[in-house]
Design a protein around this ligand. Sequence first.
Ligand code: DQA
Length: 147
Amino acid sequence: MKQLVFILNGPNLNMLGKREPGIYGGDTLEDIEALCRAEAEALGVDIEFRQSNHEGDLVEWVQEAGGRKALVLINPAAYTHTSIALHDALRAAAVTVVEVHISNIHAREPFRHHSYVSSLAKGVICGFGIEGYAMGLRALVKSAQAQ
Ligand code: DQA
C-alpha cells in the first residue's frame, strides 16, 4: 500500500487568489492541490488534501491522520500562531509533520514569528510561495522513508 499524506490547510486559505495577492500571489488553493497531486504522483504517495476555516476540523483531521498512520504536511495559517489545541493534537497523534507557509512569516509582523507547530515539526518551509508545498511534500516523504 502507498504511503498516505494528509495535506491540511487552515483558515482563509480557501481565499487564495483573491486574498492579498501581493503577499500570497495569484494562485488558488485548487492550483496548490494540483501541484501537490503532481508531486505526490512523482513520489508514489497518496494524498488527502483538505482545507477548513475551523480549528476543530484541523484537530480532528490530525487525529484521523494519526489513526491512519499518515504523514502530515500542514499550513495551519493563522492557527499557527494561536492554537494550543492543534499543538496538542499533533503531539498526541505523534505524526511526522512538516509545516509550510506561503509567505516568510519571520519577515512579517511580530505576531507571526511564533509558531505552536514548529517545535513538533520535522522541518519548516516558508517564503517560497506555493512551491513550498511541493518542497515540503518531498522533504516529508524522503525523511519518513529514511527513518
Ligand atoms: C500563512 C502565514 C500566516 O501568518 C497567515 O495567518 C496565513 C497564511 C502563509 O501561508 O504564509 O493565513 O500561513
